[in-house]
Ligand binder design. Sequence first.
Ligand code: NAD
Length: 492
Amino acid sequence: MHPYQRIHSGSRVVPHLVKGQWRFEKGPHTVTSPYTGQLMLELKGADRALVDEAIAGAATGAKEWAQVPIKERTRVLFQVRANILERMDELRATISYESGKTLAEAEAGVMKGVEVLEFALSLQNLDQGGKMEVSRGVHCEVRRVPLGVVAGITPFNFPAMVPMWMMPIALALGNAFVWKPSEKVPMTSQVLGECFTKAGLPPGVLTIVQGGVDAVNAIIDHPEVRAVGFVGSTPVAKAVYTRTTGLGKRALCLGGAKNHIILMPDADPDIAAAGIADSFTGCAGQRCMAASVVLAVGKVDGILAKVAERAAAHRVGETMGAIITRQQVEFLKDAIARSVNDGSKALVDGRTVTPLPGYENGNWLGPTILDGVKPGSEAATKELFGPVLSVMRVGSLDEALAIDDGIDFGNATSVFTSSGAIAEEVARRANSGMIGINIGVPVPREPFSFGGTYESKYGSGDITGPASLAFWTDLKKVTSKWTMPKDLNWMS
Ligand code: NAD
């Protein structure tokens, strides 16, 4: 039995959060658990009328919240942090049951979100403005001011962490936040939402609307919404960016990935094997920072054998989680078959796996390693989003960097080597937004910001860290004079 089933038996109706009140509306959208295949929830996606009502509440909340000094706002967020830690068991179980993650991965995601919250708390001690005398008796001052109502649209694969990239920072800076969770994993939003509302957030300062594309479009189009943060697949990131910026609003939209790991023959075999295997099997490969392709430079078969051994040791449903939908399992199996038919060799083949008792109806695929993947093929260039690692054999670092540069995405590139010079060469020449040196999942920790390049991110700045402040705020410039200076100049 999955731990979530001890908390909730049967399925539940997932509510919207409108004007500080939970609103339960039944069906027709239903979702089954990736672990068990059992019906776990139903929800009714928000229509334009509901979105309009919710955002009217958010606009009222935004006006009130903007008047609260940042030190008081962060006091509420301190309580949010305490509430999250107190409800960790429930959060972990809910995230795992609806997204397919293991319990440990679910908790790690929450804790990364808590780190962003801690960054947001630190903003109370950072001067958010500045003032200087620019001419005799004349002062210029800059004040960082909230935008009002801002929104975040989030993907299925991190039900708590990705929303926590945005909410704490946007709220600490004085905005009201409208969150549209993925309709594949909406249950976490109720638990996380309660952590915020029960901390004392005024009504409307956090709004949650459930649904899919219609809800997203209604949010983007609403005149009160001034900025939209998005995280999800590249085609949708592009569509959301285009629609939002077309209305003259700001958008920051993070998309998909096809991350490369350059494996050099001088790499430490144990560090490299663990780094690569854990990167492509963690979260069952369903994370935008997962290793997708190993660019194997020269003779590295010994290291690849260790990667295969470590990956093959996983037990699905226990040490590795489930795939989000049955349809995605079938897509991944077909993609593996297409690559094998195209000449690659399955060093590890996860297409037939035995899940734990009780999880027979879940969505399972074991780790799969395809060796000899051809340049330009689907397995070499397309985001598959599962525990599938493509190995491409290359003759030199230059060749590896050319392949890395040749794809559309720019999320992450890693290198495993014992040479500082090679590591620096990769850090300098690779065009991804995040670079790993002997690290398989190079996610920057706070306060370093998160974000890719090219088709992995549309918009400027980053979604977390100091680079996110400009996205969630405006700078107001105040120029003042209180005395008549004796020596006038052009500014006086
Ligand atoms: P998705 O693009 O299908 O959905 C993301 C969000 O967009 C959901 O809330 C969904 O309801 C909404 N949506 C779906 N179709 C839409 C449309 N046509 N118009 C407007 N909104 C729409 O992504 P997903 O499958 O939930 O998540 C997996 C993807 O997210 C992968 O591509 C992964 O790489 C990416 N991702 C990227 C990052 C990053 O930081 N770059 C982080 C996590 C996930």
